[in-house]
Design a binder for this molecule. Structure first.
Ligand code: BES
Ligand code: ZN
Length: 928
């Protein structure tokens, strides 16, 4: 069918012009842009007609002879009559022109047919005028607004968001990351505004005809990809950073939020400086601006020299920013600044290797935050979050490899997912740990130097690192990184390593297979092979800090796993643990006896002799194995029973993460009462140890205890542990009693989200209205977000329904950037779930139009629904809904497969494990 269509399109194009049989989604390769001269005039005066227009002059080098110029343009008006084309170098300097143009909307192509053939080796200059309306779709060159508190008037600003493929909505260009060019940008705007772009401004002149308008010209950029180009016209103010070394560093926000800029203004340059040391390469631009945009879809975007953020990802307020928000701000800034090297200086050739950008930025951000705030124990938390995410997402058959072929533009957006970010960063960490510091750093440095201002693919990275590792002796000479790492980046999934000990011979046999959550997948589909670095320790050695591999699981030429036996293990009364500190993303299953030894230690005073990261690993592994039947729930509950003693963050994080998946549907099942009692039994000791939700923050020394307290409080209130609900309600009551609640908030910062949610869940209509008013009045974006999510906790059907109907309203009270998260919060609530499901099914058409062209949002709103469906009947209903909504859910193939597989695994769990699990809980309820 696809082929027939392709042929039809090809034929129809042939019919129009003989040249255009080209119907491939990648640009033809006959031409290379070298330089763009971009002039853009932004009109923000007339609220009814916010628009921009401009011209782009592109200097092109012909690599092959060609009679057409194919570039990207989407939703732009182009006045064909004003297009010019001339030859600027090469012999002859013949006249040239554009004879006709056509568009190929499937690929956003704008195709210009030239009067004369362009000749290989010559250079040309193409000039195109363009214009468009400034819309609020959060991509391309778009408008954003805020209300000025003094005049109560709406103020308009503009910003770009080009990644991955939206530069084409702002100006005609060769919009692929491999086409690096230099950019000479000039912005025209009313002189009451400021214009910013990637480079510093070099001159400002009055506009030739428009009164009070200026042209601001920026310095020429370094060679860069189109998706990193950025500009903004705004009336913001800024804070300059005080760090004296390094480039000029400014942080911008709307005037009423300027005092929320200090934090990022100080953190940014520190982390930039750390990267200069880490990579051994100076930041190449003369300045960095970071700017907080009121309407911004992503958390942040790494535009070279002009990094854009949503307000909640950049702005910090002492009174309103919780420690969790503070960590998010620091890690977001660290992430975007890491991209200045990984992504901006060296860019992936094509989106297939997006993980080189996102995986690195995610990993390196962890190093950056850890360096600047060592007391946060950030790296271990980031590592754990990443691994927990990988173990979940990549356990689905419908997952995909880190490095994935991209054959359609829609697949580019799909790639910004947990696999690129979290699995990407996990395999980089694995490499860092098995190569050691020196090889890792020197390999990266030579890679960055070699490909600076150019493009690279993963093989280039393997090569630089292998060279460095062989030189330093940190990798056996007969191993190369390509063989090892291809098994991690080109294959979907991760291995489960089975360890079967021979207790008398003191050996262990190791084997591997892919771990699948979906039990319908046959053994045949599990026989993949990974190169697995094996570190391990035992009850007597306990050298958990040694993450260097003692051995490897290897694969033969056919991709089969080679058998492996480990010897010199301890005696029969001692446990062993593999994968010290979870240095690689794999699961480990042991024989029953080893599990039993582990359970004994965990449930004793000695439990802390097992490293905290490995305690978290044991919990995650055993709960997964119980889910899919590799272990039974007796063993799994035997492991997590020790949590009654546990006082550290990571094991709790791991446990909550897994128990959440069961809790999501157990809440709706008749045996819930047992689960609830069981959860109470587990949580009560830690809740009391942390002093509940009382404001004890000034006495907590360790930062990660604050995180733990917040996490425990939210579970405690939803399982009605101890005084949690009463305390939450009483905090909320004292807030309501404040004469000026927008100035004074007695609710402790660390538990605000939880207190608000619990109070709305148990509260009155007036409580809802009170909180909604606080949303309207708040001047700190993260506080607004916290409130929006808490408002979804109501159990009052009409309130929830009314709230649902406020979400997808163009120019409504809820910003488009927040709509996905509000819908998700409603769907995660038991009452909201049914309403949200129905609302989506009834309104799928208008919702998908609301998000256009960002269709990915549709997959995000299906996700929380799929996590709570667990019966075959509801599975079939959802499947029917999806097949009836083909048009609205277009280009979401991957997300749909994942959604359906998620539901299927829930159904499997219910059918296989519900009764076994209930019986196991009942036994644990009466024991110890
Ligand atoms: N390069 C991305 C921004 C992006 C995301 C562009 C998705 C296009 C599609 C940026 O570096 C990023 O990763 N932002 C994250 C936040 C970060 C701290 C993980 C985001 O926006 O969620
Ligand atoms: Zn990123």
């Amino acid at each position: 069918m696809k082929w027939v269509l392709l042929l039809l399109v090809a034929l129809s194009l042939r019919f129009r012009t003989a040249d255009s049989v080209y119907d491939y989604f990648r640009l033809p390769t006959a031409l290379r842009p070298q330089k763009y001269d971009l002039r853009i005039l932004t009109r923000l005066e007339d609220e009814g007609n916010l628009s921009f227009n401009g011209t782009v002059k592109i200097k092109l080098e012909a690599l092959q002879n060609t009679k057409n110029i194919t570039l990207h343009s989407k939703d732009l008006e182009i006045d064909e009559a004003q297009i010019t084309l001339r030859q600027v170098s090469g012999e002859g300097l013949k006249d040239n022109c554009v004879s006709s143009t056509e568009v190929n909307p499937n690929h956003d192509f704008y195709i210009l047919h030239t009067c004369q053939e362009l000749v290989a080796g010559h250079a040309y200059e193409l000039e195109l005028p363009f214009s468009a309306e400034l819309q609020d779709q959060l991509v391309g060159y778009y408008r954003s607004s805020y209300v000025d508190p003094v005049s109560n008037e709406t103020r308009w600003i503009t910003i770009t968001q080009f990644e991955p493929a939206y530069a084409r909505m702002a100006f005609p260009c060769f919009d692929e990351p491999g086409y690096k060019a230099v950019f000479d940008i000039t912005l025209g705007y009313h002189n009451k505004f400021t214009g910013l772009s990637n480079m510093p401004a070099k001159a400002t002149k009055p506009h030739e005809s428009l009164p009070d308008y200026v042209w601001s010209e920026f310095e020429e950029s370094v060679p860069m990809s189109t998706y990193l180009v950025a500009y903004t016209v705004n009336d913001f103010t800024h804070k300059s950073s005080t760090l004296l070394t390094g480039p000029l560093f400014r942080t911008w926000a709307r005037p009423n939020a300027i005092d929320q800029c200090d934090y990022a203004a100080e953190f940014g340059p520190k982390v930039l400086k750390y990267y200069e040391q880490l990579f051994g390469l100076k930041f190449p631009l003369p300045k960095v601006d970071q700017i907080a945009i009121p309407d911004f879809n992503a958390g942040a975007m790494e535009n070279w020299g002009l990094v854009a953020y949503s307000e909640s990802s950049l702005l910090y307020s002492k009174e309103y920013t919780s420690q969790e928000n503070e960590k998010d701000i620091a890690s977001t800034v660290a992430h975007e600044l890491a991209h200045q090297w990984f992504g901006n200086l060296v860019t992936m050739n094509w989106w297939t290797d997006l993980w080189l950008n996102e995986g690195f930025a995610t990993y390196v951000a962890g190093l950056g935050v850890e360096y600047i705030q060592p007391d946060w124990r950030f790296m271990e938390q980031a590592t754990m979050s990443s691994l927990l995410t990988v173990f979940r997402k990549d356990s689905f058959n419908s997952s995909h490899p880190i490095s994935r072929p991209i054959e359609m533009v829609s697949e580019i957006s799909e790639s910004f997912d947990e696999i690129s970010y979290e699995k990407g960063s996990s395999v980089i960490r694995m490499m860092h740990l098995f190569l050691g510091e020196e090889s890792f750093r020197s390999g990266l440095k030579s890679y960055l130097e070699k490909y600076a201002y150019k493009n690279a693919e993963q093989d280039n990275l393997w090569e630089s690192l292998t060279l460095a590792a062989h030189k330093a002796g940190s990798l056996p000479k007969n191993y190369d990184l390509k063989t090892i790492m291809d098994s991690w980046t080109l294959q979907t999934g991760y291995p489960m390593v089975n360890v079967t000990r021979n207790y008398t011979a003191r050996t262990a046999k190791l084997s591997q297979e892919r771990y699948h959550l979906n039990t319908d997948i046959s053994r045949e589909h599990r026989r993949e092979c990974w190169w697995v670095p094996l570190s391990y320790t035992s009850q007597e050695k306990k050298d958990f800090n040694n993450t260097a591999p003692k051995a490897w699981l290897e694969c033969d030429k056919n991709g089969d796993s080679l058998p492996k036996t480990i010897s010199d293990l301890p005696g029969p009364d001692q446990w062993v643990i593999f994968n010290n500190q979870l240095s690689s993303p794999y699961k480990v299953n042991y024989d029953a006896r080893n599990w039993k030894l582990l359970i004994d230690t965990l449930n004793s005073e000695e439990y802390q002799t097992i490293d905290v990261v490995n305690r978290a690993q044991l919990i995650d592994d055993v709960l997964y194995f119980a889910w899919t039947g590799e272990q039974d729930y007796e063993i799994a509950l035997g492991v997590i029973n020790y949590l009654q003693r546990e006082r550290e963050l990571l094991p709790w994080k791991s446990a909550f993460n897994s128990l959440m998946t069961v809790s999501d549907f157990f809440r709706k099942l008749p045996n819930y009462m047992y689960f609830k009692s069981y959860m109470k039994k587990l949580i009560t000791p830690i809740y009391e140890h942390l002093n509940g939700i009382n404001d004890t923050y000034s006495t907590i020394q360790q930062k990660d205890k604050v995180t733990l307290k917040g996490m425990v409080a939210s579970w405690a209130c939803s399982y009605q542990v101890s005084d949690c609900v009463d305390q939450a309600l009483s905090y909320f009551r004292s807030w309501r009693a404040e004469a000026n609640p927008d100035e004074n908030n007695p609710v402790p910062l660390g538990v605000r989200g939880n207190v608000y949610c619990t109070s709305i869940e148990h509260g009155s209509d007036e409580d809802w209205e009170f909180l909604w008013t606080r949303y309207e009045m708040a001047n700190v974006a993260s506080e607004k977000e916290t409130i929006l999510n808490a408002l979804a906790c109501s159990k009052e059907v009409w309130l929830v329904q009314r709230y649902l109907e406020r979400i997808f309203v163009p120019n409504g009270e809820i910003r488009k950037q927040d709509s996905v998260s509000v819908f998700q919060s409603i769907a995660a609530n038991d009452v909201g779930f049914l309403l949200a499901k129905k609302y989506l099914m009834d309104n799928v058409d208008s919702i998908s139009k609301f998000f256009h062209p960002q269709f990915e949002a549709m997959s995000d709103i299906m996700k929380p629904l799929s996590e709570q469906i667990f019966s075959r009947k509801d599975y079939n209903e959802f499947k029917t809904f999806i097949s009836n909504s083909k048009e609205q859910l277009k280009d979401l193939d991957q997300a749909i497969d994942q959604t359906l597989e998620q539901i299927l695994t829930n159904v499997q769990w219910k059918e296989r494990n519900y009764h076994q699990f209930t019986r196991a809980i009942q036994r644990f309820l009466v024991s110890k």
